[in-house]
Design a binder for this molecule. Structure first.
Ligand SMILES: [Fe+2]
Length: 362
């Protein structure tokens, strides 16, 4: 591999290099599950919401009326639960969510992740910078690959909180895909197969960056083994947990079978439009998503426009699989039944009104 010159870095950015060059363990584990046990109706949170827009039935909700910098403890707990249920929640005009408030919100949900390579805001290493003008060009600022944040780590991300300060004149959307629904739509024999498997997630992509550009990593570059089907500890629902960027192989099968399984899952993530939600950013928009049960990718269509975002990432629990977990599909049944009952009541009322009107004219 050819070695390139050291990357040009904006003045307010520092590359995450340990001062003494020693390796530190960046892994920190959450001691509690944020959002678990929150009020199912989320009354405290919705007391401040003036408008709720569900982008699709099962993934993606935009909330108006919330200032993320001013959430109470109870509201942030209920928000954590809502994000786990809806996969990703969007907010507009969060201009007062500065680095301090951004970090404060993340810390309410768990210890903050320190990224081994992505540039960070000086003085605030918990805030990473996704800036399309940073050199060298990398996946981190084109983001055209489906992934779940830092799944290579022992305690990978539960929540990511991303705010865009600078957006392109057009393009640069982000798309999320629903891991719950991917699981729910597999046939039972494939579910049975996947539920017995584990996968190795690697940080190979960062090792390539280091080799190609002479970068130094911040702490250990981990490989981790995680279950292929993962239980979300907040919702208790099963989700598929492999991704094309970090998952290197399925451990219990042959390399050919591993490739077949991963290709099959990766393809479903990318092509199943009904699992996806797409968000168009505005300045000071914020998206917060649950990495345990969603995949995401940026859409690399915006160059040469400039895009700059800042992200705080919360470390979650060690991924686990509980065979007795529930599913989003099962939880959705009650909601779907209520929708159908409402539709039928409206139709019945319409028919009765029609019958009354025709009886009067007869
Ligand atoms: Fe990401």
């Amino acid at each position: 591999m050819s070695s390139a010159p050291a990357p040009a870095v904006a003045a307010n950015i520092v590359l995450p290099v340990n001062e003494d060059g020693s390796l530190v363990d960046r892994n920190t584990v959450a001691t509690r599950v944020a959002g678990k046990g929150a009020d199912p109706e989320k009354k405290a949170l919705f007391a401040s919401v003036i408008k709720r827009i569900d982008y699709t039935p099962k993934i993606g909700t935009e909330l108006h009326g919330i200032r993320l910098s001013q959430l109470t403890e109870q509201q942030s707990e209920e928000l954590a639960a809502l994000i786990a249920e809806r996969g990703v929640v969007f907010f507009r005009d969060q201009d007062d969510l500065d680095y301090k408030e951004h970090i404060k919100l993340g810390r309410r949900w768990g210890p903050l992740h320190l990224h081994p390579l992505v540039p960070q805001v000086k003085e605030n290493p918990e805030v990473i910078v996704l800036d399309s003008r940073l050199s060298p060009p990398s996946r981190f600022n084109t983001n055209d690959s489906w992934h779940s944040d830092v799944s290579f780590d022992t305690y990978p991300a539960s929540y990511s909180i991303l705010k865009f300060e600078q957006i392109p004149e057009s393009g640069g959307d982000t798309i999320w895909s629903n891991g719950y629904e991917l699981y729910d739509n597999l046939s039972q024999p494939i579910k049975d197969l996947l539920e017995g498997l584990t996968a190795t997630h690697s940080s190979d992509i960062f090792k390539v960056q280091i080799a190609n550009h002479g970068l130094k990593a911040f702490g250990k570059l981990n490989d981790s083994v995680h279950p292929v089907i993962r239980t979300n500890p907040v919702t208790g629902w099963k989700s598929v947990y492999t991704n094309p960027v970090f998952t290197r192989e399925i451990n219990e099968v042959t390399p050919q079978e591993s490739k077949w399984i991963l290709d099959y899952i990766n393809n479903l993530v990318a092509i199943k439009l009904q699992y996806q939600v797409r968000f168009h950013w505005q300045p000071n928009s914020v998206a917060i998503w649950d990495n345990r049960s969603t995949f995401h990718t940026g859409v690399p269509d915006f160059r040469p426009y400039h895009r700059r975002g800042v992200r705080v990432t919360v470390s979650g629990e060690k991924p686990y699989y509980d065979p007795n977990s529930g599913t989003q599909a099962k939880a959705w049944e009650a909601t779907a039944n209520a929708i159908v009952a409402k539709q039928e009541a409206v139709e019945k009322a319409r028919q009765e009104a029609e019958a009354t009107a025709s009886a009067k004219t007869a």
